[in-house]
Design a binder for this molecule. Structure first.
Ligand code: DAR
Length: 370
């Protein structure tokens, strides 16, 4: 039976969190939680605090263990969030947290074929998370707010779909809309790695309220060219991404930036702070809110695809994270196909992320072929 947190006393709540911290030392919420957090806050703030940390209490194996519920939470609950953010993003106490943005990649293009002509058909993807300042974050949205948000995005997409470079269509999961797709179409789009998976199956998101009211207010815009996609209503309000085969990382980033600027001109402002950059549900995504990744066949560094650990260990030296080609919590694919991505999101710029991906790929490719 799950811990009856809502009815527990402050002392019982603190004891539970400390117990998680001792059995799951990597749960950053439990690691940094302070006993007085429940003490000095009024009841409404205590309820908000519980909604923020609930995911880390109900899922002790969490990596971060907290999801912001409103854009203001990072400021209002700073004593809780800052130590977790510094720990995860490896920002020492003496270094000020002040996110900078820079997409201006140097003239020399980052093209993987410069590393090896064999890398001419690599699957690359770069995405950014964005949330509108005018709405609660996904964990705290009501069904009505999710539908209101989707209606706002459908209006913006009705303009974007006439754009020469980004024309496309919006596919909705909300029942009863003109854009609603059937289950088969949805499953096909998921299998094609275009649409996001059913979020109800993710216990971390469920505890954080992020998958509530599924599938209402969820959908995807895809350009006719298929290389520009916007997820609506996933872990953040929007996940805006460019995905291509090939090696031209600079072209991929340029495509995303142009699409992001066009879409941004059609909708209200994004939630952003001087300190934390673009505000996201999960503290792991703050800053650039960017995840740039590519799929590489590394049979040697994955022991034929049976063990991610050697690849993870090698990649960590270049500030890269490794996951299976099937996404978060998946294993290596056939032939040792893995997904590599720079770990840093906060305290680095967009261009630095692109450079880390390029240079890290070069280093791993050399190790694989040495
Ligand atoms: N389950 C969350 C995931 C953290 C990072 N991944 C995200 N945000 N998709 C955890 O705290 O482990």
């Amino acid at each position: 039976m799950s811990f009856p947190f809502e009815n527990a006393s402050n002392e019982e709540k603190v004891a539970k969190i400390k117990a998680i911290g001792s059995t799951h030392p990597n749960n950053l919420m439990a690691r940094h939680f302070r006993a007085d957090y429940f003490g000095f806050r009024d009841e409404s703030q205590q309820n908000r605090l519980w909604q923020i940390i609930r995911t880390g209490v109900e899922n002790p194996d969490s990596q971060m263990g907290a999801y912001a519920q409103n854009s203001c939470d990072y400021a209002e609950f700073e004593p809780l969030f800052e130590p977790m953010i510094r720990d995860y993003h490896k920002i020492p106490l003496e270094q000020e947290i002040r996110q900078k943005h820079d997409w201006a990649a140097p003239l020399s293009s980052f093209n993987l074929v410069d590393i090896d002509p064999d890398l001419k058909r690599v699957s690359m993807r770069v995405r950014v998370g964005r949330n509108l300042a005018d709405f609660p974050l996904p964990g705290a949205m009501t069904k009505a707010q999710r539908l209101e948000f989707e209606t706002l995005m459908i209006k913006a997409f009705s303009t974007l779909q006439d754009d020469l470079q980004f024309g496309g269509e919006y596919l909705s999961l909300t029942p009863g809309l003109p854009q609603t797709i059937d289950d088969e179409t949805y499953e096909n789009r998921v299998a094609a790695h275009q649409m996001f998976k059913n979020m109800e199956g993710d216990p971390y998101l469920a505890s954080g309220g992020i998958s509530s009211n599924w599938p209402f207010g969820r959908g995807m815009y895809i350009s006719n060219s298929g290389d520009f996609i916007v997820w609506v209503g996933e872990e953040d309000h929007l996940r805006i991404m460019s995905m291509r085969q090939g090696g031209d990382l600079s072209g991929l980033f340029g495509r995303l930036l142009t699409g992001l600027e066009k879409l941004g001109g059609l909708i209200p402002p994004f939630a952003h702070s001087e300190r934390y950059g673009y505000i996201t549900s999960c503290p792991t995504n703050l800053g650039t809110a960017m995840r740039a990744s590519l799929h590489l066949f590394l049979p040697k560094l994955t022991e034929g695809g049976h063990n991610l650990e050697p690849a993870k260990k090698a990649a960590a030296k270049f500030d890269l994270s490794v996951r299976g080609a099937g996404g978060e919590h998946s294993d290596a694919g056939l032939g040792g196909l893995i997904d590599i991505s720079p770990s840093a999101r906060l305290g680095v710029t967009e261009t630095e992320i692109m450079r880390k991906l390029y240079e890290g790929t070069s280093a791993l490719w050399s190790l694989e072929n040495s």
